[in-house]
Ligand binder design. Structure first.
Ligand code: PGA
Length: 235
């Protein structure tokens, strides 16, 4: 165990996360490095398709990922915290405050969509398609923060992860609309390649993340409540 302990003291972990997890991963890593001050960490933040590519290339030790609906990758999957998708609008939007807005009403509004390769985009398009609808896309943007700014500026409505509101909460310039079929209750997964052993440092981060999961789950439940949304399975 001495070697393992030394490995832990000197280790290095490479973590890659989908963009919605960047709203939580730095806090997780901050707490982790207080416990393990000598483990160096690298964090890569990118979209769903790029993370899949990184898993395929075994670029990192650990991943935080969305829907693992791939069947050609040999990975270990650990269910992680909830990641609900919500519809956001500027506070003064005429649909703000309305109850159970039909998805059809949303399809008539200008929409801001993430870039191809984004899991958020995929889930949004699928939600519309399942109802036989297509969103009226006014703008495509490759960043959650850019989407928030564009929505605040009145360029359109958008579907984003609840976590994108983690700093400003329900008091910010955006509100969540109560739309039929939303929130879409999804979750994150902790993923690593099966083909090789986790380093002691990576195993420590995996265990630490799983230990912190209830904290994120509680934050999600609280924020959904503040936004007046259905807490679903996370509540
Ligand atoms: P994205 O990740 O950045 O690819 O939209 C979110 C997700 O897949 O849940």
């Amino acid at each position: 165990w001495v070697a393992e302990y030394q490995g832990l003291r000197r280790g290095r972990v490479r973590l890659a996360v989908i963009t919605t997890a960047k709203y939580f991963a730095p806090e997780l890593l901050g707490a982790f490095s207080r416990r393990y001050p000598d483990i160096d960490i690298s964090l890569k933040v990118t979209n769903r398709d790029r993370v899949i590519e990184r898993i395929r290339n075994q670029d990192d030790d650990l991943y935080i990922f969305g829907q693992p609906d791939f069947d050609d990758l040999d990975v270990a999957l650990h269910p992680f915290a909830p990641n609900p998708l919500i519809v956001v609008a500027p506070r003064d939007h005429r649909l703000a405050g309305q109850g159970r807005i039909p998805l059809k009403a949303l399809a008539a509004e200008p929409f801001i969509l993430r870039e191809p390769g984004s899991g958020t985009r995929q889930a949004t398009v699928r939600a519309f398609a399942d109802a036989g609808l297509t969103p009226h896309v006014r703008m495509e943007l490759g960043s959650n923060e850019a989407i928030k700014h564009a929505a605040i500026a009145g360029l359109g409505l958008a579907v984003v992860s609840l976590h994108t509101l983690s700093v400003e909460g329900a008091a910010g310039p955006l509100c969540a609309l109560d739309v039929e079929g939303f929130p879409i209750h999804r979750q994150w997964w902790l993923v690593h390649n099966q083909g090789r052993d986790l380093s002691p440092a990576a195993a420590a981060l995996l265990a630490f993340a799983r230990e912190q999961e209830p904290v994120i789950r509680a934050q999600v439940g609280r924020l959904l409540g503040e936004l007046g949304l259905d807490a679903g399975p996370s509540g």
